[in-house]
Design a binder for this molecule. Structure first.
Ligand SMILES: [Ca+2]
Ligand SMILES: [Ca+2]
Ligand SMILES: [Ca+2]
Ligand SMILES: [Ca+2]
Length: 476
């Protein structure tokens, strides 16, 4: 998903001529038209309801270990910082939030949230190992609930003049007085500032690794391999390269904000991040568009496996973000901005395990680790926001998609089969994130903006149990 200056540009400017610049090989997605979207339905055996309404710019979502959902918002036209993080809870089990409050405020555009118990690091690591699951799933099932949680917020103080600003912030929220919010003095700390975010892409979703460290993508600052003219006027082919070497990367950092490291480079905008139950990091990467500096036609979005996880120091200078880059040459390169999608053989770059159709905007996702989504075990559910590039039509995306992961003997995904799940979900709206909740339902943030209908909200997709015996129909 793309935020920042491009949002304004969309309203004012149409796309320029396209070229298949730096497009990868291997049967490009333009070779065949994308499949016709199915009707706006869920598969048989599933229902949907509105969990919470009135969150117009809902983006990322995470669960803590007490059944609370946290939802960030991001509205690009409001000068930062006045974006918020909401806390939602269904205390009576009817599938609708009856607690809906502001948990934190005065953020820039919020695109990433994660909950981490305030427990010794070794305790978190051993608990995830013992249960053979991810830290996010530990939260979902209420493990380590004797510990309070910290909520981490990735946000960007973006404006429309961002060429050399370093506006990405990672904040930690801690409800010290237990009153249900982090609005009291001392409850917010900006543990990382000066990330080179802004422009077209920001610091994105956050996942907690099996090492109890925070992982997140930091997008490049323009469409593809360059920054637009500093006066903000866009012209095809005119670029000023001011990407830093930690743009287009996957970063990781300790929960106190120290030891910022790069684990992968060559990504464009790795929006969604998540770990499998055996510790493999998956990321969705939004492919380039047909627009301004270096337009690219027909580039797919990607699902990448970041593996194995090794790290190189990022040494983010305060306020600067000018990182010595030499050591990062060793970090695995996922292709951008030289190759979008599957690269030709022999480039030394790592291709995705799956190419989404162009412009779906594959964003936040979750892995099904529930016991009640029978037949979908281990599948990935991806929120596809839809194509900004064809703004009026939204011919791609705007749906929840299911990816069936094919794994090797070590349990590492090697490819994926794409299945329709949420249909062309225009009546749901534009999804940005999807996370399984403590009741095994899939919770999806719906973003509104530019007059999108319906308004921003969180919806809940659940397996129907017709005879109310505790076993969903799809398991009987
Ligand atoms: Ca309720
Ligand atoms: Ca408080
Ligand atoms: Ca790639
Ligand atoms: Ca039943």
């Amino acid at each position: 998903m793309k935020f920042g200056k491009w949002a304004l540009v969309l309203v004012l400017v149409l796309v320029g001529p396209a070229s298949a610049w730096a497009q990868g090989g291997g049967g490009g997605p333009c070779d065949a038209p994308p499949p016709i979207p199915p009707p706006d339905t869920l598969p048989e055996g599933f229902g949907v309801n509105v969990f919470a309404d009135g969150i117009p710019w809902a983006t990322s979502l995470c669960w803590d270990n007490r059944g609370r959902a946290f939802v960030g918002e991001s509205f690009f036209f409001v000068p930062a910082p006045d974006q918020r993080v909401w806390v939602l809870q269904d205390t009576d089990g009817d599938g609708v939030a009856d607690v809906q409050n502001i948990f934190g405020e005065s953020f820039g555009q919020v695109l990433g949230l994660a909950a981490l118990p305030r427990a010794p690091r070794g305790r978190i690591i051993s608990e995830a190992r013992k249960r053979k699951t991810s830290v996010a799933n530990l939260m979902r099932i209420g493990a380590l609930s004797e510990f309070p949680v910290d909520i981490f917020v990735n946000h960007t103080l973006t404006g429309f003049t961002v060429q050399d600003e370093f506006l990405g912030i990672l904040s930690r929220l801690r409800d010290l007085n237990g009153d249900g919010d982090a609005l009291d003095p001392g409850e917010r700390e900006d543990i990382l500032t000066g990330l080179p975010a802004g422009g077209d892409h920001n610091n994105d979703n956050i996942a907690i690794g099996p090492d109890a460290l925070l992982y997140f993508g930091l997008g490049i600052r323009t469409n593809w391999g360059g920054v637009d003219k500093p006066d903000g006027n866009l012209a095809v082919g005119e670029c000023i390269i001011t990407e830093t070497c930690i743009n287009g990367a996957i970063l990781r950092v300790r929960p106190d904000g120290s030891h910022l490291e790069v684990v992968a480079r060559g990504l464009r905008n790795a929006f969604g991040v998540g770990f499998t139950s055996n510790g493999v990091l998956l990321v969705t990467d939004n492919g380039p568009d047909i627009r301004n500096c270096h337009p690219v036609a027909c580039a797919p979005d990607e699902l990448n496996v970041i593996h194995p996880i090794t790290a190189w120091p990022a040494n983010l200078a305060p306020g600067g973000g000018k990182t010595p880059c030499g050591a990062l040459d060793k970090a695995p390169n996922y292709g951008a901005p030289d190759f979008a999608g599957t690269p030709p053989p022999g480039t030394g770059t790592i291709g995705p395990i799956h190419n989404f159709p162009p412009s779906v905007s594959a964003d936040g996702f979750d892995i099904n680790l529930t016991d009640t989504w029978c037949g979908f075990e281990g599948d990935l559910f991806v929120a596809e926001f839809g194509n900004f590039g064809n703004f009026e039509a939204f011919t791609q995306g705007v749906r929840i998609e299911r990816l069936e992961l094919i794994t090797n003997r070590r349990g590492v995904p090697t490819s994926a089969v794409r299945h329709a799940f949420g249909g062309q979900t225009l009546s749901f709206g534009h999804p940005v994130d999807a996370k399984f909740g403590p009741d095994d339902a899939l919770y999806v943030t719906i973003f509104s903006g530019f007059g999108f209908e319906p308004p921003g909200r969180v919806i809940r997709i659940f397996p129907i149990d017709s005879d109310n015996d505790g076993t969903p129909d799809i398991c009987e």
